[in-house]
Design a binder for this molecule. Sequence first.
Ligand code: FAD
Length: 461
Amino acid sequence: MELFVLNKNEIIKKLCDIIGKEFVSNKSEDLFIYSQDPGVSDPRPVDFVVMPKTVEEIQKIVKLANEEKIPIVPMGGGMTLSGLVIPVKGGIVLDMKRMDEIIEINESSRYALIEAGVTTGKLQAYLEEHHPNLEVSIPDAPPSVTVAGNALIHGSGFLSQKHGDHGSMINGLEVVLPNGEVCKLGSCALSKYWFTRGPIPDFIGLFISSFGTLGIATKLSIKLYPKPKMRYLVFGLCKDPKVLPNLIYNITRTDLAEDILIGIQDKPAWMKGYVVIMVYITGDSEEELDSKTKLLKKIYRKGKARYMKAPDRYYDIFLEKPQFAAKAADFRKGGGFEYVGAFIPLEKIPEIIQIGNDISLKHGIIPTMGARFISKTHSAMFFISYSFNRADPKDIENARHALHETNKEVLNIGGIPWKSELEGQKLILQKMDPNYKMLLKTIRSALDPNGIMNPGNWEVN
Ligand SMILES: Cc1cc2nc3c(=O)[nH]c(=O)nc-3n(C[C@H](O)[C@H](O)[C@H](O)COP(=O)(O)OP(=O)(O)OC[C@H]3O[C@@H](n4cnc5c(N)ncnc54)[C@H](O)[C@@H]3O)c2cc1C
């Protein structure tokens, strides 16, 4: 279908009528930033950017987009690095920044009801100030990313080992469907409490990792958790990645760990040839932390790893929430990086480390990898990061090849690339059960017959 044959002046006038001229633009200087992201994707053209404030405004924009067949790309912080908010077929970028109200914190049922433009930084700061006994799991991403954008891509953070990925922490969702109607999902569909997804048919999952192709989330309820009094970090070190599946399995057999991360990097030099293990523990007293540390040391020893007392500054860096993950990346001159984040089964950790090493070295990139274990190791999010110089097109192309090869290898070993860019999405679709694809296509064309929602992503032909 040919999208978007229209008179741009007419459209801009209609958009201004809907949300006011200060929140609409088609000026190239405003669109520039929306036509690209910090990853390796080439810039792509954007026709309009809008910043709505209300659900009603979004409804009107969606209705207009249907009439005129204009693509819409919902955008939170725009920080996936994988080009997910750079329009594939032009159209409107719907920037959610202004919808950033924290509507309610329910202390007893432990959830936050927020608008979809609320950033992780804002919610975290709000809780620290007003509800110091509660915390929200956030990614180690810049605090400008949105809680919704992250949860809607199966993101994960420091409570994911205990409580699952962030998509599973969504209790309720309000969405503007592609036809412009508002729909509430979860208990909020029939109760004033946004406390659970069930026990009714659960459609929230449809909106997770569908990259804005099925609607625009406007509100969500996200789970909060009791904040521990104390948090500490127990570093471990091992030489042979083959010991990792058993070791991590044994750590998660206990209730010792809040979060488990591993890091594999050739830089700084002391890390080369080792896997650094970081287990976060929590407690109410020094004694509790000490006893958990002792138990972990035992598990490390039995698992052919060893405890490592790290320099003090490491504890400061890694106990920060969010950790500034980019500190760990091997930035080249020009400072770019993008990673394949692969959801893989625990047993594939040694294999993927080898894959990451091989592909990095083949492309002349210093190996930089790591993982976060999700929900008692029901899966791991393993990232392989490729740095590049933003000012050097050849270097960007090199990283792009490395990413593409990695996606293929991840799929070969039975994993799934996460928040994948267009090429990766195509690889996933090629491998996917045909009936899954058909279901995807059927749901999508039923909800969005004009194909206006982030077209080009998850495109099943
Ligand atoms: C240094 C660094 C470290 C990182 N560490 C982590 C980490 O530890 N864990 C982790 O999970 N991620 C991590 N990331 C990735 C990053 O957290 C996510 O990409 C980011 O959280 C996504 O949120 P966003 O607001 O930027 O979403 P966007 O990039 O704006 O959007 C993501 C997708 O969701 C869609 N979308 C956004 N908002 C809506 C909406 N309201 N309705 C419908 N669809 C919508 C978009 O169309 C897009 O397809 C890291 C990134 C960086 C740069």
